[in-house]
Ligand binder design. Structure first.
Ligand code: NAD
Ligand code: WQD
Length: 339
């Protein structure tokens, strides 16, 4: 069974491709390499012993996409491809709407035309905004997204709800909390371009001496230690959830399915806890300074992921320390590779 994985050379996509191959799926990747590198394909092959089919083009190019569907019998899609930098999305909103929505619609049109079902969408906890109560479950009301990026995720979800309803399709919307970590082989991980915005890549680069000091954005939040709280989910655990969600869609007897799952650990960790866990896991110091709050940040967000456990038989298994250990191994791999 061939599964189209858009953005399959990216951070979460590459880990998911490995899990799909481990579960005997044939994988067809489309990725324009706008935020990933070709060597990841070799590394996927090194881990799994199988080289997925790979097409390097932009999903906005409808005619090329159509050719992929002509060449392969596609039975489902996991759609990762998107631009994801929150700050950049506020400066270039049209580029974000164009890339994230046109890419999605182009794949969906192929599904409609060719009568294919089983579509998984990378959504985000960002669709909830600052929720009124914790933990966040799937019935928590969505608030206006804080960024244009977040709006593309809300709009993507709306498009998929209509797609499922009008064309009788099986769809799963997966709302990730904060993905972290790298593959245990240290052959896959996150490739932040430029100065990282996200916490864990910044911590890692600071430990590696690439950045001088971590800035902790605010220690005056109403949390236990004053720093903001998030739900950090290990990327391999996250990848496994995609296989479970896909199998559920494929095995469903219903023609029309709209699944929504939060994918997180169910546990909140503060910025200072992440720094301490990194130091402990890797026996290395992370110099930091306390700075004012970052604009647009919320105080606390962590998931109630019980629905995924109940319906998918999936739950997060890896500790924060273990995830942060793999991150450091990946950083060392990148350093060796660049020498
Ligand atoms: P990533 O940037 O590492 O992966 C995305 C991949 O898509 C990249 O390889 C990029 O080259 C490719 N791509 C982008 N636009 C494309 C296009 N038009 N055509 C073909 N390929 C294209 O990002 P990631 O962290 O792996 O995220 C994957 C998905 O998960 C994204 O949709 C993202 O919005 C979502 N998500 C990520 C996070 C996170 O913190 N990493 C959290 C929640 C949701
Ligand atoms: C985590 C915490 C920062 C960097 C973002 C997106 C969200 C989703 C996940 C895609 C916050 C603090 C960070 C630093 C710090 N992505 N921090 N110093 O903001 O929860 O979510 O990624 O869908 O949409 O907004 O993640 O890793 O940027 O920040 O103190 O140098 O770490 O203030 O409290 P965030 P993050």
């Amino acid at each position: 069974m061939s599964i189209l994985v858009t953005g399959g050379l990216g951070y979460i996509g590459s880990h998911t491709v490995v899990e799909l191959i481990n579960h005997n799926f044939e994988v067809v990747i489309v990725d324009d390499l706008s935020n990933s590198e070709k060597f990841i394909l070799n590394n996927i092959e090194e881990i799994t012993g199988k080289r997925p089919i790979f097409y390097p083009f932009d999903l906005k190019r409808k005619e090329l996409l159509s050719q992929v569907f002509e060449a392969h019998i596609i039975s489902g899609c996991i759609h990762f491809a998107a631009s994801k930098a929150v700050g950049e999305s506020m400066i270039k909103p049209l580029d974000y709407y164009e890339n994230n929505l046109f890419s999605l619609i182009n794949v969906l049109q192929e599904f409609r035309k060719r009568d294919i079902s089983n579509f998984i969408f990378s959504s985000s906890c960002t669709v909830y905004g600052q929720a009124d109560k914790m933990p966040i479950d799937e019935n928590t009301p969505l608030k206006e997204a804080e960024s244009s990026y977040g709006k593309t995720k809300q709009m993507g979800e709306d498009i998929l709800k209509d797609f499922s309803r009008a064309y009788q399709k099986r769809v799963s919307l997966l709302r990730y909390f904060n993905p972290i970590g790298a593959h245990p082989t240290a052959l896959l991980g996150e490739l932040p371009s430029g100065i990282p915005n996200n916490l864990v890549p910044y911590v890692t680069q600071t430990a590696a001496g690439i950045r001088e000091k971590l800035s902790i954005w605010g220690d005056d939040y109403p949390t236990e230690d004053g720093t903001a709280v998030r739900d950090y989910i290990y990327v391999v655990d996250l990848a496994k959830a995609h296989v479970a969600a896909l199998k559920k869609l494929i095995n469903s007897e219903e023609q029309k399915v709209l699944d929504i799952y939060n994918l997180g650990t169910g546990k909140g960790s503060s910025v200072l806890e992440v720094v301490k866990a990194f130091e402990l896991a890797n026996n290395i110091k992370v110099p930091y300074q306390i700075c004012p709050r970052r604009e647009g940040d919320i105080t606390v967000a962590y998931a109630n992921a019980d629905k995924a456990e109940k319906e998918l038989g999936w739950k997060s298994e890896t500790s924060l320390e273990e995830a942060l250990r793999t991150t450091w191994e990946w950083q060392k791999y990148l350093k060796e590779k660049s020498q």
